[in-house]
Design a protein around this ligand. Structure first.
Ligand code: AMP
Length: 280
């Protein structure tokens, strides 16, 4: 596995591979890797000639009072995991090479980004879209693999690729979970042992919603209330629980089409998100 540390170096390598006709599969991450990230790399490896992963804690997607400085990092461990998972090229740039001092061009998605995490984290998806647009131009992949764990991000990046005509296919991978159902996340590390035990409430809430939906419940408020009841038994506070159209992310009352149930819960140590699609 080769480590590339500047956009120029990575782009030159990608151009050479494309000239040779190699299929490049790409998995962008912020590092502190877990099995969820590795599962996406395995999906990429199966379809690509060359698997590229990136590790970059993107400063522009963090708000001023968010956890940029505290975001967990362990490059040595990540490097080893990438190597063991069969990554061929690891792109590991610094913020200074990704964002020059005079950086002034941004990618804004202004419909799907208004709701859910976008409402709670202003500017977050502008940072995500901008960095992913840059990464696509640097890595030049044929396809990119993204996790369904970040449901809104996945839908926004699909929209960006469509609307800006990026020549890349997006493949999604399912959410990997701990044994109790908690979605794997780099931020789970912030939870105290007591909070870690409680954090399964997001998954339990989603399971409850699925159960009620399967039994015929089609009222969004009833599902939201059932989830809220489960969260309220813990020390976590609900940031949002939303039932939205699976494509437009618009709020839904009567559940006729496939809907996305998405929630964010704040614990003292971390804000966690999870989601499920009902009626697929
Ligand atoms: P992050 O490092 O959090 O920016 O995530 C990098 C990629 O991994 C994104 O496409 C995420 O959706 C995906 N991802 C994060 N957690 C999981 C998980 N538990 N299972 C599968 N994919 C995940």
């Amino acid at each position: 596995m080769k480590i590339l540390r500047t956009p120029e170096e990575m782009q030159r390598a990608a151009q050479a591979l494309r000239c040779e006709g190699k299929i490049i599969g790409f998995v962008p991450t912020m590092g502190f890797l877990h099995e969820g990230h590795l599962s996406l790399m395995k999906i990429a490896r199966e379809r690509a000639d060359v698997t590229v992963a990136s590790i970059f804690v993107n400063p522009t997607q963090f708000g001023p009072n968010e956890d940029l400085a505290a975001y967990p990092r362990d490059f040595e461990r990540d490097e080893k995991l990438c190597r063991e998972t069969g990554v061929d090229l690891l792109f590991y740039p610094t913020p200074e090479t990704m964002y020059l001092d005079s950086h002034s061009v941004w990618v804004d998605e202004d419909s799907l980004s208004e709701v859910l995490c976008g409402a709670a984290r202003p500017g977050h998806f502008r940072g995500v879209c901008t960095v992913v647009a840059k990464l696509l131009n640097i890595v030049l992949p044929d396809f990119m693999v993204l996790g369904e764990k970040d449901a809104q991000q996945l839908r926004i990046l699909r929209r960006m690729v469509r609307d800006l005509n990026f020549p890349v296919e997006i493949i999604s991978g399912p959410t990997l979970r701990e044994a109790d159902g908690l979605a794997m996340s780099s931020r789970n590390k912030y939870l105290s042992p007591a909070e870690r035990a409680e954090a399964v409430c997001l998954f339990q809430g989603l399971e409850k919603a699925k159960e009620l939906f399967a039994a015929g419940e089609r009222d969004a408020d009833a599902l939201k209330e059932a989830i809220c009841e489960i969260i309220n038994k813990t020390t976590g506070t609900v940031d949002y629980i939303e039932i939205a159209d699976n494509e437009s992310l618009k709020s839904f009352q009567a559940l006729e089409k496939p809907v996305l149930v998405a929630l964010a819960v704040k614990f003292s140590g971390a804000r966690l998100i999870d989601n499920a699609v009902l009626g697929k």
